[in-house]
Design a protein around this ligand. Sequence first.
Ligand code: NAP
Length: 295
Amino acid sequence: MSARILDGKSLAAELRAEIAADAAAFRAAHGRAPGLGVILVGDDPASRSYVTSKQKACAAAGIQSREIALPATASQAEILAAVRQLNEDEATDGVLVQLPLPDSTMEADVLAAVDPAKDVDGFHALNIGRLVQGKPALAPCTPCGVLELLRRVGIPLAGANVVVIGRSQIVGRPLSILLSQKGTDATVTLCHTRTRDLPQHTRAADIVIVAAGRPNTLTANMVKPGAVVVDVGVNRVPDASRASGYRLVGDVDFAAVAARASAITPVPGGVGPLTVAMLLRNTLTAARARLTLPS
Ligand code: NAP
């Protein structure tokens, strides 16, 4: 079997065109574009490049973006002041704090300070709580991107046995909640490093979603023939043949698993582009919802 490659890049382009049309309609109706505010602390090159690509995607979709850049030495009080500034800014509908912060111990307090109505990353406890309750919420972008991808390529989820590898608060855990919600109706097994006999679980799965952050977490002998495989992982591995000195790989042994699966996402060009598209969609959702909230 040779798997169908699930092209996240072109799906994301499709989605971004739809969002651009919706953003234009919003601008026509309300006299301003939806707005995203980004806080970037420090000068980590990977974080800088993620922020730049989000800003470019905003510009292409007709979403206004503004940035508050703070030095790596910024205190928690200074970062919280930046969050407050964006929370209070009328033209800012979404507030994103680029993670990781140079001092990761500040992250919980900083994320808790984001106005839940502007929490386009979906990390605030209120939004996570609403998600668990099955109420409308701003949900984390990567899990939403995975769901959007599976829906758009027509992979049936209702009743499917789905194994998610990884239980992080930004990917695996919220993804397990979204997949098992009424209306989506997958049967979900959430695996992690303490899971006993991981291959036994993955071999029984119709869909395996890997978000472990380790290359080759999923190998061919762990996959049922014909299963669908979604690779969320993004890992840099040394590669002397590249000018950068590295290349990006996912968490899946791609070539071997592709020979056994019925469909698989590549890395890069799979889930990543959908994540950015979901950020744009959440910004638009937040912009619309703010206009209907009592002030
Ligand atoms: P994380 O916070 O490090 O969590 C990794 C999770 O995977 C943990 O729950 C860990 O289990 C589990 N795990 C690790 N190795 C495992 C193994 N061998 N077997 C079973 N479980 C294992 O990572 P994250 O933030 O969720 O990110 C995961 C990956 O997705 C990373 O490569 C990241 O770069 C990528 N990512 C991609 C996007 C995108 O847009 N494409 C967005 C976000 C993240 P324990 O809890 O037991 O430690």
